[in-house]
Write a protein that binds this ligand. Structure first.
Ligand code: ATP
Ligand code: F1X
Length: 311
């Protein structure tokens, strides 16, 4: 089974403001709301591929209740939540279609008690079976122990599950100590993780290989419109991003993680996983907000992905 864990989910409010200007009055042209947070987005994308996931999340208040009700209606997703006393956050995504830039304004998330974290962890551990995949993704809410991902990853691995970690900052740095089976930093997250500026592909690959030497199974480095690098013990692959009309790049990384988790579960080859993640993330940037793309778009784009092996 595939499990996604979102300890800091969010209702994503995406607003379109052409020529968004800091310090000025800005008028919203269009707006939409999506049930999000990184792990939940991964579940939404895997559902598009026809894969089943259990989406574990901490949800609270009226926002959390609404999000749970939405998830309960989704085919292929079994939501499992612990109700928190604090209100689930609402994150603002500003899309400036004129300048072609996105601005994320993310709330820190509610204070979560030790009991609430422990209840969610128990819910996960009770169910885990050897061979399962657990995706731990996103930021930690206020007052969470910074070692949460490391500690949970260790426990999941003890149960025989594979752990995919998509986080940044200190939670990622500590999480790597648990030797996750896959991490998917973008360039900035990788730079922060290895503590050095990475100038080009060679530097990025050196950093990724160093992490693999320290026990991380596979490292996928996403490079936005420059594509991605896929490093495993099997091979190192390079993919350019596909040229597509871009609506919102928010959540592109989540669709990549979804494709990798689904592909691993289906025992796809490393090259097929790379192709699916590039096609899926390209389809995702063509969508408004943080909604999952349609399967027919992914299938069309899949045929266009070019993968080259890095010597
Ligand atoms: N402008 C774009 N055009 C086509 N594909 C894109 C574009 N931006 C991103 N992608 C695809 O999405 C993948 C992930 O993007 P990115 O590196 O921005 O992820 P991220 O920083 O983790 O994003 P987020 O945290 O918002 O999910 C890229 O490797 C690429 O395949
Ligand atoms: O604040 P975090 O947890 O790092 O990121 C949260 C978030 O930006 O990530 C998703 C896109 O990747 C959105 O659904 C959500 O709002």
């Amino acid at each position: 089974m595939l499990y996604t864990v979102t300890v800091n989910p969010a209702l994503d409010k995406t607003v379109e403001i052409p020529n968004f200007s800091v310090g000025e009055v800005n008028r919203i042209q269009t707006m939409r709301a999506d049930v999000g947070g990184k792990g939940i987005n991964v579940s939404k994308c895997i559902a598009v591929l026809g894969g089943d996931t259990t989406a574990l999340a901490l949800l609270g208040g009226s926002v959390g209740k609404g999000m749970l009700a939405f998830l309960q209606q989704q085919p292929h997703i079994e939501p499992l939540s612990i109700e928190t006393a604090g209100q689930t956050r609402t994150n603002l995504k500003i899309i400036d279609s004129v300048r072609g830039v996105n601005t994320d304004i993310n709330e820190p998330g509610p204070a979560v008690s030790g009991r609430e974290f422990a209840d969610l962890q128990n819910l996960l551990l009770e169910r885990l079976q050897p061979g399962d995949i657990v995706v731990l993704a996103g930021s930690l809410p206020t007052e969470a122990p910074v070692s949460l991902y490391r500690d949970w990853a260790v426990r999941c691995k003890q149960e025989g599950a594979q752990v995919f970690l998509d986080a940044d900052g200190e939670p990622l740095k500590l999480g790597v100590e648990a030797k996750p089976d896959l991490i998917k930093p973008n360039k900035e997250e990788l730079e922060a993780l290895v503590g050095t500026h990475l100038l080009g592909e060679k530097d990025i690959l050196r950093a990724a290989r160093m992490l693999m030497k320290h026990g991380v199974g596979r490292v996928v480095v996403s490079l936005g419109s420059d594509g991605a690098l896929f490093c495993s013990s099997e091979s190192t692959l390079r993919a350019s991003a596909l040229q597509v009309p871009v609506k919102s790049t928010v959540g592109a990384g989540d669709s990549m993680v979804a494709a990798l988790a689904y592909g691993s579960m289906q025992r796809m080859s490393w090259e097929e996983q790379a192709k699916l993640s590039v096609a899926f993330s390209a389809a995702s940037v063509m969508c408004d907000g943080t909604q999952a793309p349609e399967l027919k778009t992914v299938k069309k784009l899949y045929k266009k992905v070019v993968i080259t092996e890095v010597a």
